[in-house]
Design a protein around this ligand. Structure first.
Ligand SMILES: Cc1ncc(COP(=O)(O)O)c(C=O)c1O
Length: 721
């Protein structure tokens, strides 16, 4: 059967729950997989952190072959020696009292949850809550998917079981606030695996231990991924010295044969009584023989220290790659052979694809994180081979993709005032990508004082139907700096479309002033004015867009991030007019755009579609998330705006409820790329869309951004006048 046939059959008959890589594996040995043509692929995925002792390890194969010939399965209604031996071995190695075997990680966690709840209820009625961390992953059963802190995995499957509380990972205060007398257990991964290789701080784990003790709750560590040597110690918790009451295992334990385990100590070990829990296959002789062989091999071949040494070497080699390919490879994190690598340009999936073409299998936990979890038998020469393959992939990608971000901003764009004389700016689409880049280049010259008084004697009228601080002052200031004068016409002075038709207002003003700057609600009013004026009309915010704001924002990004080509701007909150202009301008400047907003708050569908088309044209990405932490991960700038804009006041309560969880907090900023900046177009409601710690924190460029309204608008006026 050809690989093509295999893929066709799979696509036709298997439920499409996995995005598979285009690789058919027919044989594997050590750290190498082989396809039908005999091509070898270095396995940095290890069956998702499973094949701890590599593939086809002779001692593993021998142990299983022997057991296969004796007896495969017997049920839990009789005894079998491998199961009893493994129970003893695991309890001794972990310093725990008893174990319950399962077939998978999810089932091990399911057992832990049941155990914690039964124990909790025996302590006090209602002591059933499980407190777990955001971005965690505990499996795919209905309870474990609810315990996991990634709503995208649980939301489609409601109603979900109750009694699960999620807190920010590594946040001691959040944990303290969540744990109380109702808490049955605190449930954590020592290193979040699927969530992106996020290492728990030692102090955080110590805090969790103390809180669990203080509230007579259990501390459960999900060591499904971190356990069995992955982090360079047998159990992940040994790195911190904080021991849990309950520990769950799977993945590496069976080295490829399905087995999981839930270990417990103290009173937790005596919670289950006959009939409480069970599983047909669990602990069968094949699975437990596999686990005994894995533990034997880890011990006798020194794989724990190997994981530490080779892991450190791998991190060092990744650091070299980061110097060579800084857009593609950033810092690495993790322990032992459980590593995450930051991908600054957000193209982790592209790297995975190119690496596979070059003979290296990895996966990406997000656009910004590559995960490397190779077998623990990895050698120094395997690392060299793997890095060579990764480097070849990066060379290919950087040869194409860096320059493939079309419309990249050149630092030497030549532009003079008046280059857009007579043009309107109603929305970002009024200017081409090149013109947008030129506006920013002109703004820099304007700001440096190189350009001033280019519009001496001219007059600008500000026709404003909505209140304004920054826009009004910055336009009047910009006109003054250009040597022009400005007048402000408020809502009641003109009676636009009421006392006088839009068209007549346009026709009159066009004869008296040189530029019309309009703030209104309805984009049609703006269009009507533009149609009846021969002078430039500038949109100073309407319900559809806020283009001047967007120019100021990207100017701020350029100043604080350097070349913004290939950088990622994440907008968290209401997909309003500000978001619309940002998403239209981002592709034109070579910037990837992400938005995290609740359903129903995405920008206007036409603008979204237009932004998608622009992104396709310019080779940038447009992504939508419903989980702010995911959107923030690895981003270079995090942007937010008020949840209730002018004119939406009656929707305030509904909006506050819809945006709960969308606050830009320090936790969000920590998830962003190193050196990321926080932006807000103001006015800000601290504590709602943005936490005070961010407004006033090291990330904030909010006031520099406000100042740039002046410079960006001066450039726009200098261009059109
Ligand atoms: C930490 C953690 N817990 C639980 C699971 C679920 O394990 P399984 O897929 O064996 O059910 C995983 C799998 O990725 C995991 O990484």
């Amino acid at each position: 059967m050809t690989t093509e046939t295999v893929m066709d059959l799979d696509h036709k008959y298997a439920m499409t729950t996995y995005k598979r890589n285009p690789l058919e594996v027919v044989r594997a040995e050590g750290v190498r997989l082989y396809d039908p043509s005999g091509r070898d692929v270095i396995d940095f995925l290890a069956g998702v952190a499973v094949c701890a002792v590599g593939h086809s390890h002779p001692r593993y194969v021998a142990a299983l072959t022997e057991q296969l010939q004796r007896v495969v399965h017997v049920s839990n209604l009789v005894y079998n020696a491998p199961s009893a031996k493994l129970a003893e071995r695991l309890c001794t190695l972990a310093g725990m009292d008893r174990v319950f075997f399962t077939n998978s990680g999810a089932e091990a966690n399911e057992a832990a949850i049941k155990l914690a709840r039964k124990r909790g209820t025996s302590v006090a009625a209602g002591k059933t809550q499980i407190v777990s961390a955001l971005a965690s992953f505990h499996g795919r059963t209905i309870a474990t998917v609810t315990a996991g802190g990634q709503p995208k995995y649980s939301e489609p499957f409601g109603p979900l079981p109750g009694g699960f509380v999620h807190v920010a990972f590594n946040d001691c205060d959040a944990l303290s606030a969540a744990v109380n007398e109702h808490t049955a257990a605190i449930f954590l991964e020592p290193i979040q695996g699927e969530g992106g290789i996020n290492v728990a701080d030692d102090a955080y784990l110590a805090h969790a231990r103390a809180l669990a003790d203080a509230h007579n709750a259990l501390l459960i560590f999900d060591e499904v991924q971190t356990g069995v040597g992955r982090t360079g110690t047998l159990w992940g918790w040994e790195n911190s010295g904080i021991k849990p009451d309950v520990m769950t295992l799977a993945k590496g334990l069976g080295g490829g044969f399905p087995i999981g385990a839930c270990l417990a100590s103290g009173d937790a070990a005596r919670v289950f009584v006959p009939g409480d829990h069970g599983s047909t296959y669990a602990g069968n002789p094949m699975a437990t023989t596999a686990a005994l062989a894995v533990l034997d091999i880890i011990g006798s071949e020194g794989l724990l220290s190997n994981a530490r040494i080779i892991g450190a070497l791998l991190q060092e080699r990744i650091a070299h790659l980061a110097n060579e390919f800084p857009e593609w490879i950033g810092a690495s994190r993790g322990r032992g052979l459980m590593l995450g690598v930051n991908v600054p340009n957000g193209q982790a999936r592209e790297i995975v694809g190119a690496a596979l073409s070059n003979g290296l299998l990895m996966n990406a936990t997000s656009e910004h994180t590559l995960r490397m979890v190779p077998p623990l038998v990895l050698t120094e020469s395997d690392v060299c081979d793997a890095i060579d393959r990764l480097k070849a992939a990066l060379q290919q990608l950087s040869g194409t993709s860096i320059s493939a971000v079309r419309g990249a901003v050149s630092s030497t764009i030549a532009v003079e005032p008046g280059f857009l004389a007579g043009r309107d700016l109603l929305g970002i689409d009024d200017f081409s990508a090149k013109e947008c880049q030129q506006i920013l280049a002109l703004a820099k010259r304007v700001k440096s004082g190189e350009i001033s008084n280019t519009a001496t004697g001219k007059v600008g009228a500000l026709l404003f139907e909505k209140p304004s601080l920054r826009t009004k002052v910055s336009f009047l200031g910009a006109l003054a700096k250009l040597g022009a004068s400005g007048m402000y016409l408020g809502k009641d002075e003109v009676g636009l479309g009421k006392r006088e038709s839009v068209e007549d207002v346009g026709r009159v003003l066009t004869r008296m002033v040189d530029v019309l700057i309009v703030r209104t609600f309805d984009p049609e009013i703006l269009k009507g004015l533009a149609a009846s004026c021969s002078i430039p009309v500038i949109n100073a915010l309407d319900d559809a867009e806020h283009p001047c704001q967007a120019f100021a924002d990207f100017l701020t990004m350029q100043e604080h991030l350097g070349d913004i080509t290939g950088k990622t701007l994440t907008y968290i909150g209401d997909g309003n007019n500000v978001a619309a202009s940002l998403m239209l301008l981002a592709p034109k400047l070579g910037v990837h755009f992400r938005i995290a907003c609740p359903d129903g708050y995405l920008p206007d569908a036409r603008i979204w579609a237009r932004a998608m088309a622009l992104a396709a044209d310019h080779g940038t990405k447009m992504e939508r998330f419903s989980v702010p932490t995911e959107a923030a991960s690895g981003a270079d700038a995090i942007y937010t705006d008020v949840w209730t804009s002018m004119g939406q006041e009656e929707e305030h309560a509904r909006r506050m409820a819809a945006f709960a969880g969308y606050t830009v907090t320090a936790e969000i900023m920590h998830l962003a790329a190193p050196g990321a900046i926080a932006l807000h177009c103001l006015p800000a409601h601290r504590g709602d869309e943005i936490a005070d710690e961010v407004m006033e924190g090291p990330w904030s460029r909010v006031f520099a951004q406000a100042e740039n309204r002046l410079h960006a608008q001066q450039a726009i006026l200098a261009a059109v006048l």
